[in-house]
Write a protein that binds this ligand. Structure first.
Ligand SMILES: N[C@@H](CCC(=O)N[C@@H](CS)C(=O)NCC(=O)O)C(=O)O
Length: 216
């Protein structure tokens, strides 16, 4: 069995679905958590020392028997294929990739919202919500709702859970914690039920109950 080491900050962020994949597959890994960044520009001493040694100067990085893999989606695709959570056919694999690519298009507006919330200026938060984050979220939710409507399994792709489900379920949690996803809203019912379905998988449930909590 290879030795896996996943290095990230002490956040859910870009690493959480990979941590969940290890739990789902019952595979041991070293969960290295650095102090969270003080801000995107201002790192921490332990990160400053590690950054130049990482392939792309960012985390997460997965190390497999001494071999480094950067970029969260590459890590997830690699683990998903190895552990059987990447889709059952090349077409399903393509759809898993497409779901996560679609989500990645949403990251810039989401980051703008997080930065505006951190700045604490109510006018700026309202502007980002109205002009960038809100329309991007509505577009993503329309796509996700359409897919879930047609899904026979309740998962996004095929008849079982894939790494795309873990990514999307986790980002719903982040949005809830940021105050921009209302679990009580009827409009959000499909997405709320979807997240519940993913988070009810026994291994995921156990992992989520034991993990350190964070907003992102
Ligand atoms: N596209 C990358 C984004 C990774 C990323 O943004 N990492 C941030 C933390 S969330 C980071 O390492 N920041 C520290 C830095 O850039 O110095 C991925 O998906 O892995």
């Amino acid at each position: 069995m290879p030795q896996y080491k996943l290095t990230y900050f002490n956040l859910r962020g870009w690493a959480e679905p990979a941590r969940q994949l290890f739990k789902l597959a019952h595979v041991d890994f070293e969960d290295v958590r650095l102090e969270p960044l003080k801000s995107v520009e201002n790192g921490t001493p332990e990160w400053e020392a590690l950054k130049p040694k990482t392939p792309f100067g960012q985390l997460p990085v997965l190390n497999v028997d001494g071999f480094d893999i950067p970029q969260s989606a590459a890590i997830l695709r690699y683990l998903g294929r190895k552990f059987g959570y990447a889709g059952k056919t090349p077409e399903e694999e393509a759809w898993v990739d497409a779901m996560v690519d679609q989500f990645k298009d949403f990251v810039t507006p989401l980051r703008q919202l997080i930065m505006a919330q951190r700045g604490g200026n109510a006018e700026e938060i309202e502007k980002v919500q109205r002009e960038t984050f809100g329309p991007a979220r509505d577009n993503l939710f329309k796509i996700l709702n359409g897919i879930l409507e047609k899904s026979k399994s309740g998962f996004l792709v095929g008849d079982g859970v894939t790494w795309a489900d873990l990514v999307i379920a986790d980002i719903i949690t982040t949005m809830e914690k940021l105050g921009v996803f209302d679990v009580t809203s009827a409009e959000n019912k499909k997405l709320t039920d979807f997240r519940e379905k993913v988070n009810s998988i026994p291994e995921i449930k156990e992992h989520n109950e034991q993990r350190p909590d964070s907003v992102v």
